[in-house]
Design a protein around this ligand. Sequence first.
Ligand code: ADP
Ligand code: MG
Length: 302
Amino acid sequence: MAKIIFYGGKGGVGKTTCSTANSINFAGKGLKTLLISTDPAHSISDVLEIKIGRKIIKIRENLDGLEIDPEYEAEKYINRIRENMKTILSNVIIDEINKQLDAAVVSPGTHESALFDKMAEIIIDKYDDYDMIVFDTAPTGHTLRLLTLPELLESWMGSLIKKRKTVSNMNKMMTRKYKEKDPVLEILEKRQERLSKIKKILIDNKDLSIRFVLNAEQLPIEETKKAIALLEKYNLPVDVLVINRILPETVETEFWNKKKEQERKYLKQIEEYFTNQHHIRIPLLDTDMGKNSIDTLTKFFD
Ligand SMILES: Nc1ncnc2c1ncn2[C@@H]1O[C@H](COP(=O)(O)OP(=O)(O)O)[C@@H](O)[C@H]1O
Ligand SMILES: [Mg+2]
């Protein structure tokens, strides 16, 4: 079984609920599990009714939790770049670049890179400490971009390193400082090393299970089709579908009968279309998810 599990899907379909229930199930089987939220909405805290933050905390026996704050990580990420720059650039240029970096903190691309860096760091650092690492992510687009980042970044980093090597060699020839290591090159190479490590775990070793949560409705079905097709292009197969919020078999009143009829049609579509995935069906509960109700869902992940 893959060790790294990613939960994706449209907003509101039940990613947080299902990733939490799945993690509790793993923990119950004696698997040491780390549940990580990367959604700024931070709802694993709400489901478990416990405060989870930037440091790993124990939730229950065999279950630890962590919430990554993309904004905080983005700021840290930019500051790290700032520090690195100080060693290699003049003050005049630094002032100008600092202004640009301040603007970059609030840009979405920075949030993603920072989030990816943080996730990669956790996967690499905690890999040996846990049997399962489960990510509850933000809505689909976000997850997809995150997962496709290693592929995109790797070729980009490769070309950066190549260019830098040319510049660095020229500098060395001109200054005759043949022995000195180029700090920029060192930073780039370190990042590339981490990137290939994470790529090895996630893609080459197939230690990743991507699970999509959806409801038996038109839009989530369409979005799931697109997401699966895109991820396949990056060699990232989605292996599990969680069909959440399924209505009871027998319902009363015309309204609910009509709803159930529609649902049956969509369930059939899901079954017929998504043949490469294992399907998990979760019933609609008559309560909101909280510390007590979440346990009733864990058995569906057996
Ligand atoms: N099977 C279910 N039965 C009843 N309520 C559910 C179920 N799954 C999710 N919910 C409720 O639906 C809402 C959205 O679920 P959530 O897991 O937060 O979705 P997401 O993380 O995908 O945005 C929450 O209020 C949650 O309590
Ligand atoms: Mg959520």
